[in-house]
Design a protein around this ligand. Structure first.
Ligand code: NDP
Length: 460
């Protein structure tokens, strides 16, 4: 970590002393602090006077609680529940609930801290937070999941509300879990309000939420391409994953004139030189919950090939493309994959997943002049439409698909313009002379929150 500014360094050193046992949080805080140095240097006295850095790295409130529930055999089980309410300067806390055995305070602080900046970038009035539990819904019966969710919400209800804190889904928290939590909230509070997003359409969920992250990614990447006198039209695209984000990124990239030639799952990738038949992918993945391999067995296109992940030197990024959209998982693009992309002439990478590129890969994009927009900005479409779900719930109205999609497009184009303008304003460039959008995203997200904190006085 190459932090040079003395004020930034002292805040980071303090964090390192205080939170030795929170490696994920320390790493995330370090990267943000390092990349916002130019804006800190330009406003140092003001930030110091208001202790902005010291405050922004600390959550406003951290709630930790016991979640007791009974399994199907009548045994009493105990999990740990959390809600990290990180920053409410620009709106109610907003961020997902993760249910996974790996959940701990360090991971939730890392995710909550990142969420503050991502939410700020959406231009919507949403603060940042994150929560969850080390409960694992995998292998549990529906009844066990319901009892856990009810117990979890019985405590969480004291800390959330449509104008206070609005959680959403995340890993392990899908439509089923959101439903059980929402039901319990309603029962305890005797009110039907927008306390959670990602709800079923029947009870105030938003149209276009399913498409939001994938479509939003393409709207954002399209804005980046246009800013560099390029476009999706006629370009070859590789998308990794074949889940929610990947499917709708493929749909929108194709609509914008590109040809998507590869998709993957954790067992392997398919290559289709004629361009992916998305109806078949949706049938296999959304309807049948099958494996991507089946695409190669069933697709009528010529030259379709399946590559299992057990192949020697396996990498979906070895497929020649102009634009790469990683939409599967974290750390899926290693330095060697980034080298392959560069060697094959890829000129743009837009992240649909959260942190799919390892830091060394980002360094390679930056050194080789590949246009790169980080997930914090380019995958914010999901949380943006969650914000629009909150607006619809407040109005007690449901907007049409077209209305939500048009707003999403506007938000994503705005995010790109804002990120690029911060990189330009503070003249932060990559070694290849392109504007550094990683620094642009962090500075743009940070600036809005910092200004709001100063405006509100020493409230927290
Ligand atoms: P899904 O679970 O719907 O899909 C994930 C896909 O990635 C699956 O096809 C999965 O395959 C594949 N995958 C997982 N690990 C690997 C691997 N090691 N190699 C290749 N493929 C792999 O998730 P989403 O599409 O919702 O999310 C994808 C990413 O986007 C995640 O990082 C998520 O955090 C992020 N994200 C999602 C948002 C959303 O709105 N959905 C919002 C913002 C970010 P398999 O079926 O074999 O596991």
């Amino acid at each position: 970590m190459a932090i040079t500014n003395k004020y930034v360094k002292s805040v980071y050193n303090d964090l390192k002393k205080r939170y030795k046992t929170q490696p994920e949080f320390l790493e995330a805080a370090g990267v943000v602090l390092e990349t916002i140095e130019p804006i800190v240097a330009a406003n140092e006295e003001l930030y110091k006077k208001n202790a902005i850095l010291e405050r922004i790295v600390e959550p406003e409130r951290t709630i930790m609680f016991r979640v007791t529930w009974m399994d199907d055999k009548g045994k009493v089980r105990v999990n740990r529940g959390y809600r990290v309410q990180y920053n409410s300067a620009i709106g109610p806390y907003k961020g997902g609930l993760r249910l996974h055995p790996s959940v701990n305070l360090s991971i939730l602080k890392f995710l909550g801290f990142e969420q503050v900046f991502k939410n700020s970038l959406t231009t919507l009035p949403m603060g940042g937070g994150k929560g969850g539990s080390d409960f694992d819904p995998k292998g549990k019966s529906d009844a066990e999941v319901m009892r856990f969710c009810q117990s979890f919400m019985t405590e969480l209800v004291k800390h959330v509300g449509p104008d206070t804190d609005v959680p959403a889904g995340d890993i392990g928290t899908g439509a089923r879990e959101i439903g059980y939590m929402y039901g319990q909230y309603k029962r305890l509070m005797n009110e039907h309000t927008g306390v959670l997003t990602g709800k079923n359409l029947l009870v105030g969920g938003s149209l276009a939420r399913k498409e939001a992250t994938g479509y939003g990614l393409c709207y954002c990447v399209d804005a980046m391409l246009r800013d560099n006198k390029k476009s999706f039209k006629g370009k070859t695209v590789v998308v990794s994953g074949s889940g929610n984000v990947a499917i709708y990124a493929t749909e929108k990239a194709t609509e914008l004139g590109a040809k998507v030639v590869a998709l993957s799952d954790s067992n392997g990738y398919i290559y289709d030189p004629e361009g992916i038949d998305l109806d078949l992918v949706k049938q296999i993945k959304e309807q049948e919950r099958g494996r991507i391999k089946e695409y190669a067995d069933r697709c009528k296109h010529k030259g379709v090939k399946y590559h299992p992940s057990t192949e020697k030197d396996y990498s979906i990024w070895s497929v020649k493309c102009d634009i790469a959209l990683p939409c599967a998982t974290q750390n899926e693009i290693k330095a060697s994959d980034a080298e392959l992309l560069a060697k094959n002439g890829c000129f743009a990478v837009g992240e649909g997943a959260n942190m799919p590129s390892v830091p060394e890969a980002i360094e390679i994009y930056h050194n080789k002049g590949i246009l790169f927009i980080p997930g914090k900005a380019s995958n914010a479409g999901g949380v943006a439409v969650s914000g629009l779900e909150m607006s619809q719930n407040s109005e007690r109205l449901s907007w049409s698909f077209e209305e939500v999609d048009a707003k999403l497009k506007g938000i994503m184009e705005n995010i790109y313009a804002n990120v690029a303008s911060y990189a330009k304003k503070y003249d932060v460039k990559t070694p290849a002379g392109k504007y550094n959008l990683v620094a642009g995203a962090n500075m743009a997200g940070f600036d809005k929150v910092a200004q709001a904190m100063i405006w509100e006085g020493v409230a927290y």
